[in-house]
Design a protein around this ligand. Structure first.
Ligand code: ZN
Length: 451
């Protein structure tokens, strides 16, 4: 297939993705925001292990037993980690309130050194995750809560905070190539960089910062590794629970509320304040639904054209937090190539796994999920052109003058050029071995002024 054909396929796939989203949104006109009588329903944790293949395969009892056992083992390990963390905390907290708490001694120095540069755009979250023994999300969040003094400000109980963060991290599926706890940590790190933007930082209240970081950390929790159309066409119970609209995002939010309540993290706050926090977390997490991209982009563009954003207003700050979280969620193509490429390969691997599952069960293969025809470079070029570039151009307008935004756009353009070189260098069938994709000549590894 020629380069042109691949690009056209990519464009069609992204357009049909959007059309499908519009249809789904129209079908579910009466959106499900809160439960009956305005009472916010929390989902029970662990209610939805992976994707429930019993809907596709009836003889899955064995698998069910294995899943339960695996969960029990995970919980036990989590408890041991929790005890270990508590011991460390008792020793460290009084002396070094702004330091790192939860690391194994061997890697403490290296990980702590990395944390001293957590606000730089070339932060290597994969390395950080290895140095923290798979605890990047908990470690990063504890550090950032200390940086912003949120524990003191909200009078948070450290044991409850660690319990909550441990639950969030544990409920990400480590077997997902992309939607796992490292992605959550990556989004949180990006969010931190955006919260530091001078245009925004001086206006943010401690509650804004708290919500921004919490939403980033939990925004994909318990992601099953398949997308909404898959859940709808397999009649998954989550799809009917959320009326086919923002199915995954609603699940991430309700699960987060469940964990907040189970951990008791906010139980000392007045009831109306913790309810408000739950609602605002929902509004942030639901904004990450990629099907609502145009809605947010148009509103953002309108505000910038009219120059009417007033960050003294809590509602405007909340809107910018929604945009910041959306940017953080899709910022992979704005990272330095070596990191960006790893994320691209991971997300495509997750798409292909869904495609394989659809093929196996005689379902129509979803757009972008066919490894035979949807190459990694073509998917990335479509994603960058239709989703990432338009949003980051507006973010650049908002943050101007911003060295970080300029750096991100520079990376974005370079990475797009790299994918174009790779797309033309390989036929789609060659790209099956995408993990060994060659570096395009002269396009990568160039030094850049990363803030
Ligand atoms: Zn995400």
């Amino acid at each position: 297939m020629s380069c042109l054909m691949v690009e056209r396929c990519g464009a069609v796939a992204f357009k049909s993705w959007e059309q499908n989203a519009i249809q789904v949104r129209m079908l579910a006109d009466g959106r499900l925001n809160t439960g009956h009588a305005g009472v916010l329903l929390a989902e029970r944790r662990g209610s939805y292990p992976l994707i429930d293949l019993r809907i596709l395969k009836t003889s899955a009892q064995q698998g069910e037993v294995e899943t339960v056992t695996r969960r029990k083992v995970k919980r036990l390990l989590s408890f041991q980690r929790y005890c270990h963390a508590s011991r460390l905390l008792r020793g460290l907290v009084p002396h070094t309130p702004r330091s790192l708490h939860l690391l194994d001694d061997d890697y403490l120095g290296q990980a702590a050194h990395m944390l001293s540069k957590v606000g730089t755009w070339n932060f290597d979250i994969f390395l950080f995750d290895r140095l923290t023994n798979g605890n990047s999300l908990v470690t990063l969040m504890c550090h950032l809560f200390n940086v912003y003094d949120l524990i003191h400000h909200f009078q948070l109980d450290m044991v409850k905070l660690n319990r909550f963060l441990g639950m969030v991290q544990e409920d990400y599926h480590s077997q997902n190539p992309y939607h796992n706890a490292v992605h959550a940590a990556d989004v949180t790190q990006a969010m931190y960089c955006y919260l530091k933007e001078p245009k925004l930082a001086e206006h943010l209240s401690p509650l804004d910062v708290f919500l921004g970081l919490m939403a980033a950390a939990a925004h994909d929790v318990d992601h099953p590794g398949v997308n909404q159309p898959f859940l709808i066409k397999t009649r998954h119970h989550l799809a009917s629970l959320y009326q086919n609209t923002s199915v995954l995002e609603s699940h991430h939010w309700r699960s987060t509320v469940g964990m907040l309540r189970e951990s008791g993290l906010l139980s000392h706050l007045p009831a109306d304040m913790s309810r408000d926090i739950e609602q605002r977390l929902g509004s942030l997490i639901l904004a990450t639904d990629i099907n609502r991209q145009n809605e947010f982009l148009m509103t953002f563009r309108e505000h910038l054209d009219n120059q009417d954003l007033d960050l003294q207003l809590a509602s405007h700050r909340h809107f910018i937090l929604q945009i910041a979280l959306k940017c953080a969620d899709i910022c992979n193509p704005c990272r330095v190539w070596e990191l960006s490429r790893q994320w691209s390969e991971r997300v495509c691997e997750e798409f292909y796994r869904q495609g394989d599952l659809e093929k196996k069960f005689d379902l129509e293969i979803s757009p972008l999920c066919n490894q035979q025809s949807d190459s990694v470079p073509a998917i990335q070029i479509g994603f960058i052109s239709y989703i990432v570039e338009p949003l980051f151009e507006e973010w650049h307008r908002f943050t101007e003058p911003s060295l970080l935004s300029q750096t991100m756009l520079d990376h974005l353009h370079k990475n797009k050029a790299n994918w174009s070189s790779l797309r033309c260098a390989h036929t789609p069938s060659d790209v099956q071995s995408h993990s060994q994709a060659e570096e395009p000549e002269g396009e990568v590894g160039e030094g850049s002024d990363i803030p």
